[in-house]
Every structure is written in C-alpha cells, then in structure tokens.
Design a protein around this ligand. Sequence first.
Ligand code: NAD
Length: 306
Amino acid sequence: MTTIENIAVIGAGIMGHGIGLEFAEAGYAVAITDTSTAMLDAAMDTVTTTLAARGRNPGAISRIRFTASLEEAVRDADLVIEAVSERLSLKEQVFGELDRLAPPRAILASNSSSFMPSQMAPFTTRPDKVLVTHYFNPPHVTPLVEVVRGPQTSQETVDTVRSLYETMGKIPVVIEMERLGFIGNRLQLALFREAVALVTDGVCSIEDVDTVIHSSIGRRWSVAGVFEVFDLAGLDTLLAVSRALFPDLSTATEPPDWLVKMVESGNLGIKSGQGFYEWDTEHSEEARRRIRTALTVTGKSIEVTR
Ligand SMILES: NC(=O)c1ccc[n+]([C@@H]2O[C@H](COP(=O)([O-])OP(=O)(O)OC[C@H]3O[C@@H](n4cnc5c(N)ncnc54)[C@H](O)[C@@H]3O)[C@@H](O)[C@H]2O)c1
C-alpha cells in the first residue's frame, strides 16, 4: 500500500477546510489551496478557530500550510483531495492539472457529491489512482466517507484510502460499483424528490415535511438503518405498504420550477439569508448549534463554525 504522509486539499470552501483540518489533527502534513484568496483567508481563520475549539491536537495547526499555488500545494503530496465547486468541466480541468503537478505516486481523490471516478480519470495518466472520497458536511464531524472506485481504480488505491480512514477513526464504506450520487445522496435525493412532490401537490408544507422527518423517521435513522428499522416493523407489513405506495411515489425527472426560480433569484439558503426558510444571524446560529449538539451525541464532538 502507498504510504500517506502529505495530503493536499484543493478548494478551501465548506468542505475543503474541514477535510484538511481533520487530517492535520490525525497527524498528517496538510496543504490547503484555493484560487480565491478571500476563501483561503476565511479558511485559515475558521480552521484556526475550529482546531482551538476542538482542542484535540494542539500541534495540528502547525501541520497545515495555506497556499494560493496549486503547484506548491501538491508538489510533495501522497494523496490529493479535490474539493472545488461541483462543475464537471472544472473537475476535469483540475484533475488534468493535478496529474501534471502531483508526484506520480499520488492518489487523486474527488469529494464530488455526484460525479463518478470514471468522469475524472480520463483527464489523468493514472486512472488506477483516481477515486471518489465523498464526505458529508461537516466533514470533520460526520464519520462516514464513501470511497467510490471507478472501473480502473486499483485495489491498492482502494485499500490505501480505506486503511487511512480506518486509522483516523472515520467510517469508510467502499462502493465497488460507481453510480451517480453513490449511496447517501441517492437516498437523500430520493427522499427530497418525494418531499418536493408532496409540497408541490399541496399535501403539506415544507415545515410539515421537516417536522415529520426530525420527529420520526430521521430520529430513528440516526441509530438504525432503513433495513434494520423495517425488520423491526415486520416484512409482511413492509411488503403490503410497498405494494400500495410504490406506484404512487414521485417519478419526476426534473427539479420543480419553483426551486429553479429560487436559485435564479439568489435564494440559496443560509448563505444568502433566504432559502426554504428565512435565515437571520440568530436563526442561523441556533440551527448550527442544534445540529452540532445532536452530532456530538451521535458521533464525534465538533465545532461547526461556518
Ligand atoms: N457542501 C456540502 O454539503 C458538500 C457535501 C459533500 C460533498 N460536497 C462537494 O464538495 C465539493 C466542494 O463543495 P463546497 O460545498 O465545499 O463548495 P464551496 O463553494 O464552499 O467551495 C469550493 C471552493 O473551490 C474553490 N475553487 C474553485 N475553483 C478552484 C480551482 N480551480 N482550484 C482551487 N480551488 C478552486 C472556490 O474558490 C471555493 O472556495 C463539491 O464537489 C461538492 O459537491 C459538498
């Protein structure tokens, strides 16, 4: 297996800064880079504050270097995690640059939420070393990483990355057959599509959907998976309900117009102050605190600072 000592994170946004800080806490040398100096500066502040609040490893901050130069960031990397914005053309370009600039031994991983290894591997000369490592936000709190192999990813690459995450205390799930959205986002988006249909049809409000989730199924899913929950309910009941409901569930192939219009008019959620809900500072902080507390109970302790 490849020895991992130096890790480069490309993109210092919501995901990149958290991915980087956790590797530094685990004892790795980390370089974080971004094309936006404003994002790099913000990441530096947030990483410093978050590491101090977590207090797990006082030396962690000294293991991170922030640089605007991609070349400098990946020069000595054994593993590169790409966490740039979710546009395939950008990922293709970045993977081409990483292949040119990173050492031939380096594994090139993408934190893409949806794109598959086979969509990025052709832009490199090392498809055996390309895979997806898909984290969930906040990445330094949520234990799971989906490790997705493409058709050309080598077993050595998968084993190296899986073992790295196991050593750090993450929970890696290796997905042997790549598929858009992997597991977590396919499940999440299937639920979202049905939620959208219920709201669009006037069956219930957005608030009703969220209340139902966090007061029932979501609460159960934090401790037991969908199959375990249904084993408790009884498969005869499950089969009957499946027969009744499957034909009635949404099969929409496009997001609704109202969501398209929201995004076009700049209503992007917490980052713009308006999404499905209104987000003033107080509400934003309360939501972050509530989620952080719940994640601390169910997973590792965390400080969500952005
Ligand atoms: N936000 C989430 O909840 C979440 C969860 C899992 C996975 N992801 C995935 O992680 C990736 C990053 O998402 P995010 O939410 O952190 O986005 P973000 O917008 O917060 O950060 C993306 C960063 O990439 C930088 N960037 C753009 N082009 C670059 C380049 N050529 N080189 C270096 N940096 C560049 C941007 O300046 C920005 O700082 C995406 O692929 C996304 O799908 C996001």
